[in-house]
Ligand binder design. Sequence first.
Ligand code: ADP
Ligand code: ADP
Ligand code: ZN
Length: 230
Amino acid sequence: MNIILLGPPGAGKGTQARYLVEERGMVQLSTGDMLREAKDSGTQMGKVVADVMARGALVTDEIVIGLIREKLETVQASGFIFDGFPRTLAQADALADLLAAEGQKLDAVIEMRVDDAALVARITARSTCGACGEVYNDQTKPIPADGTCSSCGATAFKRRADDNEASLKTRLMEYYKQTSPLIGYYYAKGLLSRVDGLGDIGAVQAEMRAVLDGVAPKAHGAAQGIEPVA
Ligand code: ADP
Ligand code: ADP
Ligand code: ZN
C-alpha cells in the first residue's frame, strides 16, 4: 500500500509516519529529511537548497522529483509513505508516472487537518532526536526527564533552523498557494481521506489506523458517491 500524508507544516505527518513504519513495516519517504541530509553532508545540491529551505520556500520540482525517483528505483518496500511530497501539482503528476513505471499505484491520500493557530505552537516547540529522528514537542511530547531518547536512548537533540515564526509564515503561504490544490486533485481521483490532526497524538494514530484498515468511510462523506477518475 502506497500512501501520501498531506498537511501543512506541523500537522503531524512525520510523527504519524513513524508509527506506520513501526506498525506496518512501510518505508517513509520524507523529501524534507532527504534535503536536510543533503544540506548537512554538504553536497552540491545541499548547498543549492540550504537558503531556500531556511526561508521556507519550496525547492524546485526537478530536485525533489529526482530524489523520489532515485528512492523508488532502488528501495524495495511493501509500501511507501510519502511525507511532505508531493507539494505541487507537477510533483503529483510526476509521482503517478514514477509509481506506474514501477508497476505500482497510489492507494490513499490522508489529509491531516489542523488549525493554523495550533501550527505555530507546535512548530516552535518541535525538536528531534539527532540519532533516530524521533519527534518531540516541548509541550505535547517532551523529551524524557533523564534526557535520553525514548526510542533509541541517544542524548543529543536538534531543533530545525526553519522552525521559527518568520519561516513558518512563508511555509504556510506556500502550502496554501501550491500544495492545498492537491486536496481537490486527489479528491477527484477518489483517493482522499481526512483525519482530524488536532486530537492528541494517540487519537490521530487511531484515526489513521481506521482509515488505512478501510474501517472508516472513505473521505468522510465528502467524496462518497463519486467515481474515481483515472
Ligand atoms: P510535520 O511532519 O507535519 O511537520 P511533526 O510530526 O513534525 O509535523 O509534528 C510537529 C510538532 O507537533 C512536533 O513537535 C510533534 O511532536 C507535535 N505533534 C505532532 N502531532 C501532534 C498532536 N496530534 N498533538 C500535539 N502535538 C503534536
Ligand atoms: P514540514 O515539517 O514543515 O512539513 P519538511 O521537513 O517536509 O517540512 O520540509 C522542509 C523544507 O524542505 C520545506 O520548507 C521546503 O523548503 C523543502 N521541501 C521539502 N519537501 C519539498 C517538496 N516536496 N517540494 C519542495 N520543497 C520541499
Ligand atoms: Zn532517538
